[in-house]
Ligand binder design. Structure first.
Ligand code: ZN
Length: 187
């Protein structure tokens, strides 16, 4: 397994339609594993093959309920509506407001080319719609209501700094503890 480079907005491959998978090959199996690893490494909830430069109808999703692998996915049912923040690993550091169905059913094949059906509401429905759009070369930025905004706020940076301070203190405390224990051992 290996991390793959995530293509970013402006790369022409992100606006192209992807081809169906007709046969699972070792190369595509490796692609799926790499996509999962790349998605987790980037702390995303979904990744589509064109985002790593491969024009194939494959997406991986994990909204915190375990990995979902979809080959040749198609939305067969969609209803309701949700409006909320959406981001994309291909548009780092930004988010925007997008309205999506609140519930979708997707038919697809899994990594063994077996037929599966995935039903999702809320975040999973949003992730399914977003990732399937990638397979048709549609970026979420074309569906944003209003403007994109930066997600790297100063507030987040401050929290990170505080986190680092705490861990540094903990390390110091742990080291102090070790020294005390070794003193005891010498006595
Ligand atoms: Zn995306």
């Amino acid at each position: 397994m290996a991390l793959r480079q995530i293509r970013t907005l402006g790369d022409p491959i992100l606006e192209k339609s992807c081809r169906e998978v007709t046969e699972m090959t070792p190369r595509l199996e490796e692609l799926i594993q790499d996509m999962l690893e790349t998605m987790y490494d980037a702390e995303g909830v979904g990744l589509a093959a064109p985002q790593v430069g491969v024009r194939r109808r494959i997406v991986v999703i994990d909204v915190g309920e375990g990995p979902i692998i979809l080959v040749n996915p198609v939305i067969t049912e969609s209803d309701g509506e949700q409006t909320g923040a959406e981001g994309c690993l291909s548009v780092p550091g930004q988010a925007g407001t997008v309205t999506r169905p609140n519930h979708v059913v997707v038919k697809a094949l899994n990594e063994k080319m077996e037929e599966i059906e995935v039903e999702g509401t809320e975040l999973l429905a949003r992730a399914l719609c977003h990732e399937l759009d990638h397979l048709d070369g549609v970026m979420y930025v074309t569906k944003v209501e209003g403007e994109l905004y930066d997600t790297d706020s100063e507030e987040e940076e401050e929290t990170e700094e505080q986190g680092e301070e705490t861990s540094a203190e903990e390390t110091a405390a742990a080291q102090a503890g070790k020294e005390e224990r070794s003193d005891e051992n010498t006595k």
